[in-house]
Design a protein around this ligand. Structure first.
Ligand SMILES: [Zn+2]
Length: 142
């Protein structure tokens, strides 16, 4: 039995909006960065995700690539006093970082789901390759 495709773009869009990557209706988060164990609407298991530090990494990457060119452009064009830079870019950097962190995490969890990573495989599929487990490493079975 073939494993059904999971559309990466659709899933990541749903995750970015904080919705279940499978159905798009259930909530993905039960707190700011806490992913629900299971979708309220469709029952999809979502506890498998291993987003780890990736959301923070991509958050800093994106915000940095927006703020630094803006700050340099303002400096070159207007040469304002430094307190203006601090007052402008400090809150903007913090606001953008916090505002994008949950959507980015949602998109990464959905990316893992769409690519069947970390336990997001189709359930009860006997044809899929077995996951590598410690018991399959020679010399570790008891
Ligand atoms: Zn769902």
């Amino acid at each position: 039995m073939p494993i059904p495709d999971r559309n990466l773009g659709t899933a990541m869009g749903r995750g970015f909006r904080g919705r279940c990557p499978n159905c798009g209706r259930g909530r993905l988060f039960h707190a700011f960065l806490k992913v629900v164990d299971r979708c309220d609407a469709c029952g999809e298991d979502l506890h498998h995700h291993r987003a780890d530090d990736a959301p923070a990494y991509f958050d800093m990457l994106i915000v940095g690539h927006i703020i630094v060119p803006l700050a340099l452009s303002v400096e070159v064009a207007y040469a304002p006093p430094y307190w203006v830079h601090v007052a402008l870019w400090g809150p903007l950097t913090i606001g953008m970082s916090l505002g994008l962190l949950q959507p980015i995490k949602g998109a990464i969890v959905a990316w893992q789901w769409a690519n069947r990573m970390h336990g997001f495989e189709a359930p009860a599929d006997a044809n899929r390759p077995q996951r590598w487990t410690e018991s399959r490493i020679p010399g570790t079975s008891r």
